[in-house]
Structure formats: C-alpha cells, structure tokens
Design a binder for this molecule. Structure first.
Ligand code: SF4
Ligand code: ZN
Length: 107
C-alpha cells in the first residue's frame, strides 16, 4: 500500500468509526458522512503536493473548505484515539507517515 493509499484508507476508516459511533450507521455511511468521505478522498487525490504530499492533518495550506475542515477535525478528534486499538496497522503506518512529513519541514 502506498503512502497516499494508506492516508485515503485511514481517513475512510476514521469516518466509518465516527459515523458508526455517533450516527448509528452499520455498513453504509449516513449521507453527511458519505459526502465528507467523498470530499476528503477527492482532496487527497488532487493534492497540489503530488508525491511529496504531507499528511493533511499537518498541512500548512489545508485546502479543505471551511465547513469540511471543521467536520473532518471532529472526525479526527473522535476516531484518532480509537484507531490504535481497532486498526493498529493503519494507525501506526499513518503515525509514521505523519512523523515523516513533520521532518521534511511541512509541519
Ligand atoms: S490539506 Fe494539504 S496535504 Fe491535504 S490534500 Fe489539501 S493541500 Fe494536500
Ligand atoms: Zn454519519
């Protein structure tokens, strides 16, 4: 899995966890969370930094629309601490990517 794929998977998993816990979703996301996921995945895919992309949480530009940015932050706050227990491989990979993007001066 590439770094970008891992970030996309991590975001998606975090939104699923959030939606399941707070909106009672089972397999499918609720419409609002589905909108947030589609939006976030599109941002990652079209990131202006290309292969040098930092993780979005550490990005200085933060290209998200204001309302989406607030929503994704709420997801991170909720799901971030829960990820380590439920998805340790994804979470640890993401932490390593995050530390790397901190070292290259974008944090
Ligand atoms: S927030 Fe930053 S790193 Fe994330 S997609 Fe936008 S420009 Fe790229
Ligand atoms: Zn939801």
């Amino acid at each position: 899995m590439t770094r970008l794929e891992r970030e996309a998977r991590t975001i998606e998993t975090m939104i699923h966890l959030y939606c399941h816990n707070l909106h009672g979703s089972k397999v499918e996301l609720c419409p609002e969370c589905a909108e947030l996921r589609d939006y976030a995945l599109l941002r990652v895919e079209r990131c202006r930094f290309g292969a040098d992309k930092p993780v979005c949480a550490k990005c200085q530009v933060h290209c998200y629309r204001r309302d989406m940015r607030d929503r994704v932050r709420a997801v991170m706050r909720h799901s971030g601490p829960r990820m380590l227990a439920r998805h340790p491989v994804l979470a640890i990979g993401h932490l390593i990517d995050s530390a790397r993007s901190g070292r290259d001066g974008r944090s």
